[in-house]
Design a protein around this ligand. Structure first.
Ligand code: UDP
Length: 485
């Protein structure tokens, strides 16, 4: 039986995509790979369609469904699963996980867990299976996450949001540029926030793993990687080895979560546009805006006079369920209703609006794409970096503000869209001026130059002898020696 690595991803598309890329990496090194997918979809797990797409696009990966047991009495009547409930949902997967691992045990060399699956460390320990963490965001975000329990404890009874509503003195975390408390995920501003407590608990457990794989490359996040490896982020406890094996980005050889093999019409449209002339706007698998904000963006784009490709999603129903993995399968937006009257006709010659979903990685790699307005989800950030495209950062949720701090302050590969995250919408004038700036100014050109360098460095990291290639080899050596069977 071939040595097998079992990957246990979190529920969202943003977790599944890099997990599949990591799986392909293991396959290339001669290992068998099983990816676990929980079901049913109603639990927040990937939809049947997304699972089928993942399987179709990756015939060499073995997919195994973990059927969640019935909820126990106390869980009944709980609100619809939210992003935050991933911990709870995935903890329920521990029982079928244990059964599966028992049946596969002789060949399993390692279990690789998403951060949201951290409680499966107990299952692995019980069976003597070496367990690792795969952190699907970057090293800077990991440095923040690992240090957060310590920093929160140092605050005593206070909350990060207590000082100036999160606008207090900059926080100084090892390996991270100074940042305002409000750049933390929203829940972290209130120490009693239930979700935040769950995250803190998970962050505290990460160092229990045998090693942490991170979707980054050393050159990109050298400061954070050094702090992690020095043990500076987790005072008083050893930090396990950190393996930077990225950038793991979708290769553009088939959309990983949409089962559609036809070339998307927006790529044909890009074919007809001049080199590096198009601003691409896309906000992740879950990002959406209220109508008011969509109107401001539209007006800003129109006034900028620049070419654009814009993915517009339906404004979010605020019941939490729309934060789930397959939000892109929601009903399509009615563009005539959502966008200013006549906008589509007036901009038709130089702009294209795509409903709900575009093949982002391919769009970014297309020669006509010149800038990327992004929510700074880590996959999007890496897809932009590896395409050599400058970023206009508009963080929305989760750790995206920390990613933005990194991109803008440390890597200097992007600038921020001023006014994001406020009660009021980001103004059309801001959209217009930042888009003009990145496409037309001298500083914009300098930004593009740095983005081109980062793209080269990313490629080098993955080549034979590159840092990410070496880290992967070291990881493989480590788990080989440490496996208990
Ligand atoms: N994505 C895509 N088309 C879209 C929206 C998203 O292909 O219209 C992909 C994107 O390329 C990335 C992933 O979905 O690989 C989103 O992951 P990210 O970490 O950027 O954000 P999240 O969705 O987790 O917030």
């Amino acid at each position: 039986m071939r040595d097998t690595v079992v990957l246990h991803p979190g529920l969202g598309v943003g977790h599944l995509v890099p997990t599949l890329e990591l799986a392909r990496l293991f396959l290339r090194h001669g290992l068998a790979v099983t990816v676990l997918l929980v079901e049913p979809s109603g639990s927040g797990a990937p939809s049947a369609a997304a699972r089928a797409a993942a399987a179709n696009n990756n015939p060499s990966i073995h997919f195994h469904a973990l059927s969640l047991p019935e909820e126990v009495e106390g869980d009944k009547g709980s609100p619809p699963p939210r992003e935050c409930d991933q911990f709870a949902v995935l903890r329920r997967a521990n029982a079928p996980l244990r059964d599966y691992l028992r049946s596969a045990l002789p060949s399993v060399r390692a279990l690789v867990l998403d951060m949201f699956c951290v409680d499966a460390l107990d299952v692995a320990a019980g069976l003597g299976v070496p367990a690792y963490l795969f952190y699907t965001s970057g090293a800077t975000s990991l440095a923040v996450s690992l240090h957060l329990p310590h920093a929160q404890a140092a605050l005593g009874a206070r909350s990060f949001g207590g000082i100036g509503d999160g606008d207090g003195a900059p926080l100084r975390f090892p390996g991270v540029p100074p940042f305002r408390p409000r750049e933390l995920p929203r829940g972290a501003l209130d120490r009693d926030n239930e979700l935040y407590r769950k995250f803190l608990r998970a962050f505290q457990r990460i160092p229990e793993s045998r090693g942490i794989l991170v979707n980054t490359f050393e050159w990109l996040e050298a400061t954070a990687v050094a702090a992690l490896r020095d043990g500076a982020c987790v005072p008083g406890r050893p930090t396990p080895p950190v393996y930077c094996v990225g950038p793991l980005v979708s290769g553009g050889d088939g959309d990983q979560v949409n089962n559609n093999n036809k070339r998307h019409a927006c790529l044909e449209w890009l074919d007809a546009q001049p080199e590096k002339s198009v601003v691409f706007l896309c906000f992740g698998s879950m990002g959406s805006f209220p109508k008011r904000q969509l109107e401001e963006i539209a007006t800003g784009l129109e006034k900028s006079g620049q070419r654009f490709l814009w993915v517009v999603r339906n404004p979010r129903r605020d019941d939490g369920a729309s934060m789930l993995a397959n939000d892109h399968q929601q009903p399509e937006p009615d563009l005539d209703e959502l966008l200013p009257e006549g906008f589509l006709e007036r901009t038709g010659g130089r702009g294209l609006v795509v409903k709900s979903w575009a093949p982002q990685a391919e769009v970014l790699r297309h020669g006509a794409t010149g800038a990327f307005v992004t929510h700074c989800g880590w996959n999007s950030t890496l897809e932009g970096v590896t395409a050599g495209v400058p970023l206009l950062c508009w963080p929305l949720y989760a750790e995206q503000r920390v990613n933005k701090v990194f991109v803008v302050e440390e890597a200097r590969l992007g600038v921020e869209m001023a006014g994001y995250g406020a009660e009021t919408a980001v103004a059309a004038e801001e959209v217009e001026s930042k888009v003009r700036w990145v496409m037309g100014s001298e500083e914009g050109r300098a930004l593009r130059g740095r983005a081109e360098v980062a793209k080269e460095r990313a490629l080098e990291a993955l080549e034979q002898g590159g840092t990410s290639h070496n880290d992967l080899l070291e990881f493989l050596r480590g788990f080989d020696g440490g496996a208990s069977h």
